[in-house]
Design a protein. Structure first.
Length: 244
């Protein structure tokens, strides 16, 4: 019989994914759920931000609160810290106490000024080209005990599959949008060629040559020139006839 407590974060994350209108809304929901989950286990308020790394540069994507976003941006501005190191090494990193941690003196000073005394970065591999990390912040030192650490890692494991699913869904939607754009472009070009053939009493290849020459002279894409021609003549935008 499956463990309901283990499956609950996955179900909640999938619910957030289904209800989110875009990636930022999904990541915001993910960070809020992560913060709530770890806060409950810690018995104290823990905030969470999501950092996304595409190619080389990490950046703040969302947070459980406006403060969580600002705290994550402090680390981004410094250029190093537990979250960035976690992304670099793909391994969790803890600051147990900013007062005694020697690795990032500037960051620890700024965290202390902001009321943060311990932090945890947990990496998530999304795909070959992108990765993410959950950046947890606590107002007290020593919050991320082994039990809380395991709780955060367990949540990250649940989030990994949902993030991967989100990327696959977005990729599929992007492919569908690219296909629709390509079909609209092809429709416009075919219609424009038909107009040119009728106006000049020429063949399709000659019409295509005329359209290509106009495109080159105006330094504009062929589909844009074709679309403009058809919209000027018809007064309406181009539509393809297939179910979206």
């Amino acid at each position: 019989m499956p463990n309901s407590s283990a499956s609950e974060p996955v179900e909640q994350l999938h619910s957030i994914l289904v209800g989110a209108e875009d990636a930022v809304e999904f990541l915001s929901g993910l960070s809020k759920l992560a913060a709530a989950s770890v806060s409950e286990a810690a018995g104290d308020v823990v905030e969470c931000a999501v950092t996304i790394k595409i190619r080389r540069k990490p950046s703040t994507a969302a947070g459980s609160s406006a403060r969580a976003v600002e705290l994550d941006k402090i680390e981004q501005a410094v250029g190093d810290g537990p979250c960035i190191k976690a992304l670099r090494d793909m391994s969790p990193v803890i600051i147990d106490d900013v007062a005694s941690d020697l690795r990032w003196p500037e960051l620890n000073r700024k965290f202390a000024e902001a009321g943060v005394h311990s932090s945890l970065g947990v990496p998530l591999e999304i795909s070959g080209k992108a990765s993410a990390a959950l950046n947890f912040f606590a107002s007290k030192p020593g919050v991320f005990t082994p039990d809380i650490y395991d709780k955060a890692l367990g949540f990250a494991a649940a989030a990994h599959s949902t993030l991967h699913l989100s990327v696959r869904i977005n990729s599929a939607l992007n492919r569908a949008e690219d296909l629709e754009a390509a079909m609209q472009g092809r429709t416009a070009i075919n219609l424009a060629c038909g107009v040119i053939m009728a106006q000049n009493r020429c063949s399709q290849s000659e019409a295509m040559e005329i359209l290509t020459k106009v495109s080159s002279n105006r330094n504009r894409k062929l589909r844009d020139v074709a679309t403009e021609l058809i919209e000027q003549l018809s007064g309406t935008s181009i539509h393809t006839h297939f179910d979206s």
